[in-house]
Design a protein around this ligand. Structure first.
Ligand code: ADP
Ligand code: MG
Length: 649
């Protein structure tokens, strides 16, 4: 067995090749016909009819597959060296035949057996491809540019080929196979023992794509897309690429273009890296990390079944692309590789996670990534906003998951706030602008900023010019209760506990409007509160005068120590068991409605109409809070009765 063979016999033209499989096959080598999975057929139709101009990406995909296959073999050979026997110079060989109009891409990697072929080249196994299909669904026609962005893998060969053959043999197995398809609905598999270890892919090019059988063209494509590939890529006895792993080269020798291609290779994402971190640790533990922060959210960012996506290499040998313990969950958007000389090559994937060296590597990497983020935040705050929008919600998970990094992560966090609705601010910015005498960092939680901006609880803060942070990510409900202080200032939800705003002077002249409403005497207001409390009974925890309201008559708040109201709603939405805390109803003593009610109670004492009004106050507060009414029928009856009285008075 020599090198990966590329001794392509000139392929016949379409007619004689088509349908010849069954005829020429001997009894034992019968062609077996399979149908593509429906999604694949859809994808192939798109490829065949594609108007996408940069068709040359198909070669990038096939070379990437060849490189992956060699990585897999190298890993398998650690425990089973025989798999590589006789042919241990792993490489990719390209062969061109202008006359026959074929392009052949061969590797001597792991190869595929019969079942691998059915599974890998008959279904869609890859999430990126699935995401691609989802994206184009529902759009008018196909948006060709998406093909290049998503890099749709093996199937992209049908953009340039009318027929594709795969000759392959899985390492260590006795039988070889030939897979063939014209990309329309079906493919066939035939036993073919002439296939040697690895995979040899023969593309029968369309007439219009004959350029891909030309040497200059292929050289150019390999130079553009595949220079980072760590295997030699050969054409006519010459190696076209550098053939060394990109991360082993010195940082100054790697161009932006090369980073971009490598990033595509390891991330399966379109776009380009938002941040590149290339580090080399020397000393007691040696490792190299080349990791990227993407410029967009990966499709599976919030998918619990997602894989860990930084690949681990040991002494340049690919070990795993799903290595738990290498990147913490809150950095799961990172893409790239880590290569260490200090981990044992024969380490099993299962024990990796608990390896103390891996833990050290991980903490070194994390430290470096966070400090690079800090730099970026400082030097390019606008660029940092893009990062924060993409990954802020994920990064914040670290505040409670990784307490040792909590402070650093809090510094990296950005928020919108009452006084900064459009511009992101940091906690340090917030603290620097705190009012005199303000001791806590105030925040308000909810689903969306647009809803929060209208919250009645904000009114008192607005009128006093005190800023309130908006917490709109579900994860906020997890880190906030456990967060240590920031800069010695505790975090305080403004819908929880008493607002205690009286010590701050109102900045705006809201008092004027309050003065307009005839003020009820304090004792009448006390009577009103007592009556409402009596009427509502078990429905509320307490009723009290509010300092946080200026425009709305009432609002609901959680009592000190109770669960935040937004958090409780969130739990309900996720069908979690909830304690169902009773809330405190706060009444704005300066509002014309409550003033009128207080005066009435003072004059006439309790009445049925006032009891109805008490219930309506509570329901109104519930509606303002975005909660549903427990008894809409009674609400409607009371409202109708009150309106009738007013209108017929
Ligand atoms: P992806 O590479 O993202 O998995 P592809 O469509 O490019 O998606 O390839 C599908 C699968 O086919 C691969 O995961 C791999 O299992 C198999 N495959 C493709 N090319 C080769 C090859 N040259 N050698 C071995 N297996 C291959
Ligand atoms: Mg691939």
């Amino acid at each position: 067995m020599g090198d990966a063979p590329v001794d392509e016999k000139p392929a016949g033209d379409e007619k004689s090749a088509g349908g010849s499989t069954a005829e020429s096959a001997t009894e034992s080598n019968k062609a077996e016909t399979h149908e593509f999975q429906a999604e694949v057929s859809k994808l192939l139709d798109l490829m065949i009819n594609s108007l996408y101009k940069e068709k040359d990406i198909f070669l990038r995909e096939l070379i990437a597959n060849a490189s992956d296959a060699c990585d897999k073999l190298r890993y398998a050979a650690i425990t089973e060296p025989d798999l590589m026997a006789g042919d241990s110079d792993l490489k990719v060989s390209l062969a061109l035949d202008k006359e026959a109009r074929t392009l052949t891409i061969a590797d001597n990697g792991i190869g595929m057996n019969h079942d691998d072929l059915v599974q890998n080249l008959g279904t869609i196994a890859r999430s990126g491809t699935e995401a691609f299909l989802k994206q184009i669904k529902g759009e008018e026609g196909d948006d060709p540019s998406l093909i290049g962005q998503f890099g749709v893998g093996f199937y992209s060969s049908f953009m340039v080929a009318t027929r594709v053959e795969v000759f392959t043999r899985r390492a260590g197995e006795d039988t070889g196979w030939r897979w063939e398809s014209k990309g329309r609905g079906k493919f066939s598999i035939t036993q073919d023992d002439s296939a040697t270890r690895g995979a040899r892919i023969v593309l029968h090019l369309r007439k219009s794509e004959a350029e891909f059988a030309e040497e200059a063209r292929i050289r150019h494509i390999v130079g553009t897309y595949s220079d980072h590939i760590a295997l030699p890529i050969e054409l006519a006895g010459e190696t076209l690429n550098e053939g060394s792993a990109l991360w082993t080269r010195s940082a100054s020798d790697i161009s932006e273009e090369q980073h971009k291609e490598f990033y595509h290779h390891v991330s399966h994402l379109p776009g380009e890296p938002w941040l590149t971190v290339h580090m080399r640790a020397e000393g007691r533990i040696e490792y190299t990390g080349l990791v990227y922060v993407p410029d967009m959210r990966p499709f599976d960012l919030f998918d619990p079944a997602r894989k860990h996506s930084v690949r681990l290499y040991v002494k340049r040998v690919f070990i795993s692309d799903d290595c738990e313990g290498l990147m913490p969950g809150y950095l799961r958007f990172m893409r790239g590789i880590v290569d260490s000389n200090d981990l044992p090559l024969n380490i099993s994937r299962e024990t990796l996670q608990h390896n103390p060296i891996l833990a050290k590597i991980s903490s070194g990497l994390v430290k470096r990534i966070l400090s690079e983020l800090e730099k970026k935040a400082k030097n390019d705050s606008e660029g940092y906003d893009l990062f924060w929008r993409n990954f802020g919600a994920v990064l914040k998970e670290g505040i409670y998951e990784a307490s040792d990094q909590g402070e650093k992560l809090m510094k990296l966090a950005r928020f919108h706030s009452l006084n900064s609705e459009d511009k992101w601010i940091s906690l340090a910015d917030y603290v620097a602008n705190m009012a005199e005498g303000q001791e806590a960092i105030y925040y308000l939680s909810g689903d969306a900023q647009s809803g929060l901006e209208k919250s009645p609880q904000l009114e008192g803060f607005k009128s006093r010019g005190i800023d309130v942070l908006f917490m709109t990510d579900p994860v906020d409900q997890f880190w906030l209760p456990t967060a240590a202080d920031f800069d010695d200032k505790p975090f305080r939800s403004i819908t929880q506990g008493s607002a205690d705003l009286d010590k701050f002077e109102a900045a705006k002249a809201d008092d004027d409007s309050a003065a307009e409403a005839e003020k009820a005497s304090d004792s009448d207001m006390d009577k009103l509160i007592a009556m409402v409390k009596l009427t509502l009974g078990e429905e509320v925890k307490d009723v009290r005068v509010s300092s946080r309201l200026t425009e709305s008559p009432v609002c609901l708040v959680a009592d000190e120590g109770d669960v935040d109201m937004h958090f409780e709603r969130l739990l309900r939405q996720h069908q979690q068991p909830v304690m169902g805390h009773k809330r405190v109803l706060e009444i704005n003593p300066g509002h014309s409605l409550t003033t009128a009610l207080a005066t009435l109670v003072g004059k006439e004492g309790a009445s049925e109409a006032l009891e109805d009004a008490s219930h309506l106050l509570l329901d109104q507060a519930r509606i303002l809070e975005g909660e549903s009414l427990p008894d809409p029928a009674s609400f409607s009856r009371r409202l109708a009765s009150l309106l009738t009285k007013t209108l017929t008075a």
